[in-house]
Design a protein around this ligand. Sequence first.
Ligand code: PLP
Ligand code: COI
Length: 343
Amino acid sequence: MAKAPEPSTIDWANLGFNYMDLPYRFIAHYADGKWDDGELTEDATLHISEGSTGLHYGQADFEGLKAYRTKDGEINLFRPDQNAARMHKSCERLLMPAFPEDKFIAAVKSVVKANADYVPPYGTGGTLYLRPLMIGVGGNIGVHPAQEYIFTVFAMPVGAYYKGGVTPTNFTTSYYDRAAPHGTGQSKVGGNYGGSLLPGDEAHKAGYSDVIYLDPATHKKIEEAGSANFFGVTKDNEFVTPKSDSILPSITKYSLLYLAEHNLGMTPVQGDVFIDDLDRFTEAGAMGTAAVIAPIGGIEYHDKLHVFYSETEVGPVTQKLYDTLTGIQFGDVEAPEGWIQKV
Ligand code: PLP
Ligand code: COI
């Protein structure tokens, strides 16, 4: 894998969402019942046993968060404490030893600082995406939790995740489920994404940005997209998003529920979103760290495309939500207490 290009040669405004081997990442090891302090390293390759549970049995979880360059050149992290807490929960679900939450945040900051030249300039729309990852390692073969683990945080500059950015794209429902009713849907674990590759590929080949998964028990209610939560806006000024135990508790979603109410004067609603009742929405979108807010033009269901606001133009409420959220992240709009941490 080639090393990342020199920062001065990067086209920051057209990054897309691609891996880049930056100069530094953080790595810590767990053995004999405890984590070591970890350190920054230039080695982008993990050296692990063939018996690693992360390879065979999906004992692997991860996070995704971003660092943002502000107008005055500082660097903001958006709610990293929430990522630390969610990774702790994912670890509990997979019987992995959580990396201490304060040390998680310190590790993320150290990686941003060490690669600061790769935090895209303000105004380009680019951000530095951070990927905390934990895997079970060591010599194992029975289906049991590993005795040893690796926690790493690596980073890369990114742009739009869905090719449209803030231009609407279409999504499709699928025969496949992303998660089981009492499975691992609410944890950010590798297995959820392995299972989403085939339906995602079918969706992409048919020209859609991503799958909108339906609830695995009845296939009547919207759950979420493959890499983002779903929201709809009603004519009564409601911000509606599905409530389900099998979706990922999106930090962007909880942030927008708050901002819709406090900054936009909307009514936040978490509840059932029936797939045959999409007429109630005047706008819809997908939201997440990578996706930011991606307007949904239409959703295909049973060979019909249901269009919300427009297939080509972002709706006014979605645009306001986008401006408010990204304004806070890039430091242009006042953030609720504790949402921004300086690097
Ligand atoms: N849903 C899934 C399946 C995801 O992978 C993500 C990405 O993290 C999200 C939702 C959005 O979560 P967040 O807003 O915390 O990034
Ligand atoms: C994120 O939004 O951080 C994600 O993890 C989504 C995807 C890249 C898996």
